[in-house]
Design a protein around this ligand. Structure first.
Ligand code: PBG
Length: 327
């Protein structure tokens, strides 16, 4: 048999393989999540996420230096307050932990781009992402709180606001609040297709934000659904989202692909805590090669269509890109 078409011709040589890659990964597409805990001189490893830490605001400049050295210039900040209450007041206090964190970074390491996660679950004593009424989160009441969190984060110097609460109408409420205080230039990255997922488990122990009773299924999405992701994304774009996000990433590559085809704005993917911890656990017992798995999974998320990736492996990925392992 005569074979004229030989796909292997493009694979024999490493130089050629690299030059015909369909997916390119750049350090500029990566965002690193940071857990900031109220207090001083704190650096504690998160048991459920080996290699990740809760740190106090005073430790942030040093962390920024390490990241900037690797070429990573974007972080998303999560706050762990000292006290929680019914109304999650730590989230919108001018001196809240996220506000302190942003102020310190912008004053000392202005080149670090600071995205603030906007949610109430780390700040409420019941652990839900909004204000409770009769045992469930009251959507419209919560919107006013979200708007004031956004304003306090913007006032502290946040470069971008990322609402992760999944209330209806929050993008519009936040956009209107920001604009009315002349923060027109601050973009909103909406967690648009955020599924109710067991992959958030390690994050919730890291941030002590698991709901005390019930679950998040009345506001986060059902993982059986994909059309619903389109609905959420289109609504958020209409309401003024500048970037939309799909979360988690690995079990939702089909959603990332779908959303990236449909969206007129850039699509971010969040490779969440459970994805990180599963790889860490498997690598710790040598079931998989950590670096190889990290590269392959990150590439799959970009191949699906993501323009940006939020990942706990960002510092490692930056190194692998520099070394030419991927990219
Ligand atoms: C806050 C929030 C969560 C995550 C990001 N923002 C937790 C949740 O919704 O329960 C999860 C991130 C991760 O698992 O890495 N609502």
């Amino acid at each position: 048999m005569e074979i004229l078409k030989r796909p292997r011709r493009l694979r024999y040589n490493k130089i050629l393989r690299e030059s015909v890659r369909e997916t390119r990964i750049s350090i500029s597409s990566l965002i690193y999540p940071v857990f900031v805990k109220e207090g001083r001189n704190i650096k504690e490893e998160i048991a459920s996420m080996p290699g990740q830490y809760r740190i106090s605001p005073d430790k942030l400049p040093a962390l920024c230096d390490t990241l900037l050295e690797r070429g990573v210039n974007k972080i998303i900040i999560f706050g762990i307050p000292e006290k929680k209450d019914e109304a999650g007041s730590g989230a919108y206090s001018p001196d809240g932990v996220v506000q302190q964190a942003v102020r310190i970074i912008k004053q000392s390491r202005g080149e670090m781009y600071c995205i603030t996660d906007l949610c109430m679950c780390e700040y409420t004593n019941h652990g839900h992402c909004g204000i409770l009424k009769c045992g469930d989160v009251d959507n419209d009441l919560t919107l006013d709180f979200l708007a004031s969190i956004a304003l306090s984060q913007a006032a502290a110097g946040a470069d971008m606001i990322a609402p992760s609460d999944m209330m209806d109408g929050r993008v519009r409420a936040i956009r209107m609040a920001l604009d009315s205080y002349s923060y027109q230039r601050i973009p909103i990255m909406a967690y648009s297709a955020k599924y109710a997922s067991a992959f958030y488990g390690p994050f919730r122990s890291a941030a002590d934000s698991a709901p005390v009773s019930g679950d998040r299924k009345t506001y986060q999405m059902d993982y059986h659904n994909k059309k619903e992701a389109r609905k959420e994304v289109l609504l958020d774009i209409k309401e003024g989202a500048d970037i939309v996000m799909v979360k988690p990433a690995l079990s939702y590559l089909d959603v990332i692909q779908d959303v990236s085809r449909l969206s007129s704005v850039p699509v971010a993917a969040y490779s969440v805590s459970g994805e990180y911890s599963m790889i860490k656990a498997a690598a710790a017992v040598q079931f998989v090669d950590e670096a190889a798995i990290v590269c392959e999974t990150a590439a799959s998320i970009f191949r699906a269509g993501a323009a940006m990736l939020i990942s706990y492996f960002t510092p490692e990925l930056a190194l692998y890109i520099k070394e030419g392992r991927i990219g």
